[in-house]
Ligand binder design. Structure first.
Ligand SMILES: *Cc1c(COP(=O)(O)O)cnc(C)c1O
Length: 340
């Protein structure tokens, strides 16, 4: 099977498994796991923040950020297709007691003027704006890179109104590698950032959140409250370190493969690539070949190819390091065959 469902399907490398085996460990709830400490230092360094925290998942990392930044009854400004809004089970309302204020974006990017207008003025009736959330790269917009200039403009608005900004950077390393702009620079326009170790970077588990020392102190407490305090967790932090030291530059291959795939698909009559492919995600509209997303995925599966539905007429492919260049060639051949 050529598995293009997601970059989460990647399995840990041999180096990661070996690092797990050899990892020095301790009780991380006591702050005594040397491997976790090293990983957190590395994440802080890469994001240019004072401190960082290892969390079990991206969802928990994002929600800890909401919980730490916000008070009950606050409002959170975000893009209407943001992962935090769409794919996290309304956790911000269920746990943090805040309401989302979704705004329409363009390719995942918020219009800074819309953000400015959405910040609530001081009024007895209104919720207070507690947080602005951004997402880069933007998953639902097909791995789109939110331009640095856009983040800069929204950062200024946040500063002006004293509203903190959290970046859901699940795939921030993809943005960094594709643009050549370091993670540190992207993070400089937000107060806190979450990124995933377990997507294109290939670690089996985990995400990092980074911010000020005080933010991380409070975030650590929220992680504990949520049951995310882990013990000899160096065994999963060690692959995370490998992810950050050995797997970042490799993301360029995924991007190259995604472009190859998109270019090939553009030459297949009836198939339409919906997004401008900037990183590792390709959205393909299958309507004109008389398929629904589900029926096309069924047909692909019989050809040994896996993708996911992204709406009724669109399927999503995500290139990842389990998929080689020769696999991409195979996929194109078989997709061509399916249309004939
Ligand atoms: C995957 C993803 C997350 C959540 O990460 P999990 O580890 O699956 O909880 C958050 N935001 C975005 C944009 C993602 O793609």
């Amino acid at each position: 099977m050529i598995d293009l469902r997601s970059d989460t399907v990647t399995k840990p490398t041999t180096a990661m498994r070996e690092a797990s085996y050899k990892a020095l460990v301790g009780d991380d709830v006591y702050g005594e796991d040397p491997t976790v400490n090293k990983l957190e230092e590395k994440a802080a360094e890469l994001t240019g923040k004072e401190a960082a925290l290892f969390v079990p998942s991206g969802t928990q990392g994002n929600q800890i950020a909401v919980l730490t930044h916000c008070q009950l009854g606050n409002e959170v400004i975000l893009e209407e297709n943001a992962h935090i809004y769409l794919y996290e089970g309304a956790a911000m309302s269920a746990f943090a007691g805040v309401q989302p204020r979704p705004l329409k974006g363009i390719r995942g990017a918020l219009n800074p003027e819309d953000v400015r207008n959405a910040v609530r003025p001081d009024d007895l009736h209104f919720p207070e704006t507690g947080l602005i959330c951004l997402e880069n790269t933007h998953n639902k917009a097909g791995g789109a890179i939110i331009p640095l200039e856009n983040m800069k403009a929204i950062h200024e608005i946040g500063q002006e109104h004293m509203v903190p900004i959290h970046l859901d950077g699940a795939r921030l390393f993809n943005a960094a590698v594709a643009s050549g702009i370091p993670v540190k620079e992207w993070s400089s326009y937000v107060d806190t950032v979450q990124f995933c170790l377990s997507k294109g970077l290939g670690a089996p588990v985990g995400s990092m959140i980074a911010g000020s020392k005080e933010f991380i102190r409070q975030a650590r407490k929220w992680r504990k409250r949520l049951g995310g305090g882990m013990r000899q967790v160096g065994v999963i932090a060690a692959p995370g370190l490998i992810a950050l030291t050995e797997m970042v530059d490799r993301l360029a291959e995924d991007h190259e493969h995604a472009k190859m795939l998109a270019d090939g698909i553009k030459n297949i009559k009836g198939l339409e690539v919906e997004n401008e492919v900037e990183t590792n995600i390709i959205l393909i509209n299958v309507e004109r070949i008389g398929h629904t997303a589900d029926s096309y995925l069924e047909a692909l599966k019989k050809e040994g190819i896996l993708g996911v539905a992204f709406g009724e007429k669109t399927i999503r492919f995500v290139t990842n390091f389990g998929v080689m260049k020769k696999d991409i060639e195979q996929v194109l051949e078989r997709m061509q065959k399916l249309v004939l």
